[in-house]
Design a binder for this molecule. Structure first.
Ligand SMILES: C[S@@+](CC[C@H](N)C(=O)[O-])C[C@H]1O[C@@H](n2cnc3c(N)ncnc32)[C@H](O)[C@@H]1O
Length: 426
């Protein structure tokens, strides 16, 4: 009774054989918490269905002589009770629902006959027409459960399900009148620039926003997609002098939130990686405004990756350190111990370091990092304008000047730069 059989009631299974089943079913949500559910067969079908049954709180009995490793792990963890044997008449006693998916057609037929006689709704993996219930293609997003039955075409069910769930997640399928909007301000990490690299949550909050206060970096393309009623404020253009800019941004966030608007503060990368996210969170807390922080994909990892550089690599680098290079090593405002960094063997990732790359490379070499250490400078990573300039610690300042590299750029220092097919052995 190992169950490797296809699951015709599973609308996501490509090999499902439910064509003969009539396309009529009455959709319903079963509340299985604490109720006995019997699963016959411990193969792929059980593996796919058990997590949902467990999440629904069902009291699951698995009956099967064998099981896949992940089904076995669920039994070991105690989330399902596993009886290592074949199906026997009477197994469905007391069950509310049964999933029949053994590799023995005769056992499946006997079990579904028992289900019929006991009036237990049952799903059959080998014969959808003989089943009394079908499993829809399901998905979840933010408290909404989507269940799709097409009756004929499991791939279509899965595709419809995916479209709906994805639309709900990224906000393109909006249900604004019914949506509980997140109150206050969301500090959203937008990722490095490619609009596909924002998180699903960030994208959804953006779609719900009344006001978006956006940085120069990050997924600016997404701003074009916002509906016309959304006010987009360019944080770089908020008046006041440079030193005042952050205070002015904080005030704008507070003002819009107090006016009852859903505000998104869209930031490049991750809000808490050189993003002044905590300053904004603190200002909002002080003003009594709820604040949600949505992490983002930091340029410190994603921009090297986009240029073919892993920040760690087995046998090459066991650590990576992300450093701000916005002030030179000899600047009294610097908080960085460049001598200690020079002693590390792993990867250094420098942000905001284009202007000071000469003094930084000089300090690292002066403190012992080899002049031949490979370096790559990646400008505007993950965007259409991305480019990579390869150098060494000794040549990087000259190469940056020759190539006219401009911010935003990430500088990667270390042997990982020479790993992989995109390395330039300069
Ligand atoms: C103020 S920091 C913000 C970092 C951001 N919070 C993050 O996690 O990526 C700005 C610096 O991030 C780096 N940066 C951000 N986006 C980048 C991109 N698409 N390409 C290259 N560097 C980028 C540059 O070093 C830039 O000067």
């Amino acid at each position: 009774m190992t169950a490797q059989s296809p699951d015709p009631a599973d609308h996501t299974a490509p090999d499902a054989r439910e064509e003969s089943a009539p396309a009529t079913a009455y959709p319903v949500g079963l509340r299985l918490a604490g109720r006995r559910v019997v699963v016959l067969g411990g193969g792929q079908v059980a593996q796919r269905r058990l997590p949902g049954l467990v999440a629904a709180g069902a009291d699951v009995s698995l009956i099967s002589p064998s099981a896949t490793p992940s089904v076995e792990a669920m039994a070991t963890a105690g989330t399902v009770r596993w009886e290592r044997r074949r199906y026997r008449a009477g197994d469905l006693d007391g069950a509310w629902y049964a999933l029949i998916s053994t590799d023995d057609p005769a056992a499946n037929a006997a079990a579904s006959a028992e289900a019929e006689s006991r009036r237990v709704w049952c799903v059959r993996s080998d014969d959808a027409a003989a089943a009394t219930a079908w499993t829809p293609a399901t998905g979840r997003s933010e408290g909404v459960t989507v269940a799709v039955l097409t009756g004929q075409d499991p791939r279509r069910s899965a595709a419809v399900r995916d479209a709906i769930v994805e639309g709900l997640r990224d906000g393109t399928l909006a249900a604004p009148r019914h949506r509980a909007r997140t109150p206050g301000v969301a500090l959203v990490g937008g990722g490095p620039g490619d609009p596909d690299l924002i998180t699903v949550r960030g994208r959804r909050l953006l779609a719900e926003a009344d006001v978006v206060i956006a940085d120069r970096l990050g997924p600016r393309d997404l701003l074009d997609e916002l509906p016309p009623h959304v006010e987009v404020v360019d944080a770089a253009k908020i008046p006041y002098g440079r030193a005042m800019a952050q205070e002015a941004i904080n005030s704008a966030l507070i003002e819009h939130a107090k006016a009852g608007r859903a505000v998104v503060r869209l930031k490049g990368g991750d809000p808490y990686v050189f993003g002044r996210g905590m300053e904004e969170a603190e200002a909002l807390a002080e003003a009594g405004i709820p604040c949600t922080v949505v992490p983002g994909i930091s340029s410190s990892i994603s921009v090297p990756a986009a240029a073919g550089i892993p920040v760690t690599h087995r046998g090459v680098a066991h650590e990576f350190t992300v450093v701000s290079g916005h002030v030179a090593p000899d600047d009294p405002r610097s908080l960085v111990d460049w001598a200690a960094l020079a002693r590390l063997h792993g990867t250094l990732v420098l942000l905001m370091a284009v202007d000071k790359i000469g003094p930084i490379a000089g300090a690292l070499m002066a403190h012992g990092r080899a002049p031949g250490t490979p370096v790559a400078v990646v400008q505007e990573g993950t965007t259409a304008a991305q480019r990579r300039v390869d150098a060494t610690l000794e040549t990087v300042a000259r190469r940056v000047a020759e190539e006219g590299v401009r911010p935003p750029a990430v500088v990667v220092i270390g042997e990982v730069v020479a790993v992989g097919p995109w390395a330039d052995p300069r």
